[in-house]
Design a protein around this ligand. Structure first.
Ligand SMILES: [Zn+2]
Length: 720
């Protein structure tokens, strides 16, 4: 058998006996990588799917990597890249691996700089795995950041699309012909996972580009189009640990992965899912009954309301009675200090808080007060600097100039000046303890069911430069580790049956929380990639429900999408779903249907959403995320979930429009083993479970949905 995982073709262009330029082709299954080496650099010039005959790289590709460096004596910055300017370079291969080395930059003061890239080829997966190591070698030079990987992707035909990890994940078609830029520091609300993909679904050719970094270290993730060149750049830039400190080195955490796939975002997501499930410390695999360290009530909870005053409690009770299943209540402004002011001095609570918690719990609600997990007001008692400077300041994050990172959120002090918050450093014991004390008091003294911790899984890391905090300066793994330690300590002390949740869905915090508030999932082109990876491992709940002339239509679109995405429904004020309203009736329908199907979401797996075979009308509403925020979707939203261990699947359909919609649906039987020949199907609605009847896969079945209706088709397999 030939060594099909590795092939090298070297074309020697000889000058005075030295190899001036060589071309190397490295092959991993259908994936082909082509490098040109010269005397002073190595260029990546080809990245091809040989099966589909699809070249991905532009004719003017980006350098394989570039480094930003700082001369700590002169404060001058320089950028060097892999293409040229080195004293010597070398590409050596060995079986299914290769090593690329760049020795000694010709730039001033960088003669001792060495970069080594290790490449492993996995032919069975059409995959290339990379690690990069930067040896600085100069005590007066600091590595600030490393850009790798970075790929300039050529247009992938009319049906070309790009996936990137904003909120739950998003797909942008045809980016090559219009201006577009996405650039976020992972981990945060807008860069929740660490992978990108560019693909042509109809050509069945796609490139998956990821950092499989089990430390979840900070990295800038960029997607940037250039319509004039018809290219899209996919880039990861890593702030180095100990940036600005002379002599620091850099090495890839985990590995960088390039891999071919045939299909769309869902297929690319399965590659990432496999890695997350095998190799990350933040993934707690759901057992047969879901995630065991999350209280059962949280796993099952079908929906949420939010309130910010005790006067809303009677309204909540009325809704609970109408809906007839438990709901969570997220309670804002339960404290005497104003919202976004005087943090973190949350105690004492308002007088009605204790009684209100009890009253809501007795009515069947789970009560979850709000706190912020990051901020300390620099004038933390009205306009007075009460504890900040003497107690908290030393544990706050600072920037490269030694100044506090200050954030403002629109609230004002009594004198009209904006409230200025310091961002606390999660590596500091002071902040770890303080947040633990606050949460402990809410659980122990006030007997709340859950505590919501704002911003922790939402805001990007602050690249804190305070040496006294004991962490590496800027980059590194310390930001996540600080929060992990903090919340692991809190969880260890948490009374039984309680729950911790956080804002948004930055993945590295999935194991230290039970729920993520998915309120920012508001994008027209979003796809449920996060749920395809993490459903069951963390419960996602809540969308922001806005105002405006089409708020009722937007409510149906959001609640319907939450159901098919497997989120817990709602998170609106009770005023948005008043008694006897159409909104309440729709909310009730979706919540009750989710209540019946909960096990699919906390112990099952997301499958590819089913396609309706007929042309479905479009539906549109202003979601009011920011200003005018018009979102268009199909009038019928769909989802598919399975419980493989129980040989069951469910297909979900929600008609968010005001008209009747009917269509055929084709169900593929790949969720079940081929031996299981007998299939049965039943229709489930909020009100009724029909009887199972025999079902023939491959034969389309028809859904016929009344206006504002939702139903599920449950399919089970029987037999060996
Ligand atoms: Zn710090």
């Amino acid at each position: 058998m030939m060594k099909n995982s590795f092939l090298i073709v070297a074309i020697l262009l000889l000058f005075t006996g030295f190899a001036e330029a060589e071309t190397h082709e490295l092959v991993s299954g259908r994936l082909s990588l082509v490098f040109n080496t010269s005397r002073d650099g190595i260029r990546l010039v080809g990245l091809k799917d040989t099966g589909a005959n699809q070249e991905f790289l532009s004719d003017q590709p980006l350098p394989l990597f570039d480094l930003k460096l700082l001369n700590t004596q002169t404060d001058e910055q320089a950028t060097v890249d892999s293409n040229s300017g080195w004293q010597s370079v070398k590409l050596t291969r060995k079986d299914a691996s290769a090593e690329l080395i760049w020795v000694g930059s010709k730039s001033q003061g960088l003669a001792r700089l060495v970069v080594k890239a290790s490449l492993e080829l996995q032919a069975a997966h059409d995959r290339a795995r990379w690690q990069i190591e930067v040896k600085n070698g100069n005590p007066s030079v600091s590595v600030l950041s490393v850009r790798f990987p970075q790929l300039k992707i050529r247009e992938l035909g009319k049906n070309g699309s790009v996936f990137f990890p904003r909120a739950p994940g998003e797909v942008q078609p045809g980016l090559w012909r219009r201006p577009f830029e996405f650039n976020k520091l992972y981990p945060d609300a807008w860069a929740s996972m660490q992978y990108l993909a560019a693909y042509n679904e109809t050509k069945k050719s796609g490139l998956y580009v990821a950092c499989h970094d089990p430390a979840g270290q900070p990295k800038w993730i960029t997607v940037k189009s250039s319509p004039s060149e018809q290219t899209v750049d996919l880039r990861f830039e890593h702030p180095a640990a100990d940036q600005t400190r002379g002599g620091n080195d850099y090495s890839t955490q985990g590995e960088v992965v390039w891999q071919l796939f045939a299909g769309d975002w869902f297929d690319a997501t399965q590659i990432y899912r496999n890695w997350v499930h095998q190799d990350t410390p933040w993934f707690i695999g759901p057992g047969p009954e879901g995630r065991e360290d999350t209280s059962r009530w949280m796993r099952e909870l079908p929906g949420w309301l939010k309130i910010s005053r005790p006067q809303d409690i009677p309204k909540v009770k009325e809704i609970l009675e109408t809906i007839g299943v438990p709901l969570g209540v997220h309670w804002y402004c339960w404290h005497q200090i104003p919202f976004d002011n005087d943090y973190p001095h949350y105690f004492p609570p308002q007088e009605q808080f204790v009684e209100g918690v009890r009253e809501l719990q007795e009515a069947g609600a789970r009560v979850m007060p709000y706190i912020n997990g990051r901020l300390w007001d620099t004038r933390d008692r009205g306009g007075e600097d009460y504890q900040f400077s003497r107690h908290a300041k030393s544990a706050a994050t600072i920037d490269a100039k030694g100044e506090l990172y200050i954030e403002k959120y629109g609230a004002n002090e009594e004198d009209g000046s904006p409230v200025k918050f310091a961002v606390m450093c999660p590596a500091s014991r002071l902040w770890q303890k303080r947040l633990g004390d606050i949460i402990g008091e809410l659980f122990d003294r006030y007997q709340v069911d859950a505590v919501y911790v704002d911003q922790v899984a939402a805001m990007p890391p602050k690249l804190c430069m305070e040496p006294a905090h004991g962490h590496t300066l800027g980059g590194g793994g310390w930001w996540n580790q600080g929060y992990w330690k903090m919340f692991q300590q809190i969880r260890a002390k948490m009374p039984p049956d309680r729950v911790l949740t956080a804002e948004c869905n930055a993945e590295p915090f999935a194991h230290v929380f039970d729920g993520f508030l998915s309120w920012q999932w508001q994008y027209e082109n979003q796809v449920p990639a996060f749920q395809a990876v993490y459903a069951g491992a963390i419960q996602c709940f809540g969308r922001k429900y806005g105002d405006g002339p089409t708020q009722d239509e937007a409510l149906r679109m959001k609640a319907g999408q939450q159901l098919v995405y497997g989120e817990q429904i709602g998170w609106m004020s009770p005023d948005i779903v008043p008694p006897n309203s159409q909104n309440l009736s729709f909310f009730k329908k979706i919540v009750r249907l989710r209540w019946k199907l909960g096990r699919y979401f906390f112990a099952g797996r997301m499958q590819r959403p089913p396609q309706l075979t007929e042309l479905i009308p479009k539906f549109q509403a202003d979601w009011q995320w920011r200003d005018d925020w018009v979102v268009t979707s199909d009038a019928v939203l769909t989802g598919a979930w399975s419980q493989p261990q129980k040989n069951k699947s469910v297909l979900l359909f929600v008609n968010v429009s005001d008209g009747r919609v009917a269509s055929d649906v084709l169900f593929e039987r790949k969720d079940f083993s081929p031996k299981q020949t007998e299939l049965f199907v039943r229709r489930i609605t909020a009100e009724k479970d029909e009887e199972f009847r025999p079902f023939r896969p491959g034969v389309p079945f028809r859904v016929d949905l009344a206006p504002r209706d939702a139903e599920a088709w449950e399919i089970k397999a029987v037999g060996q």
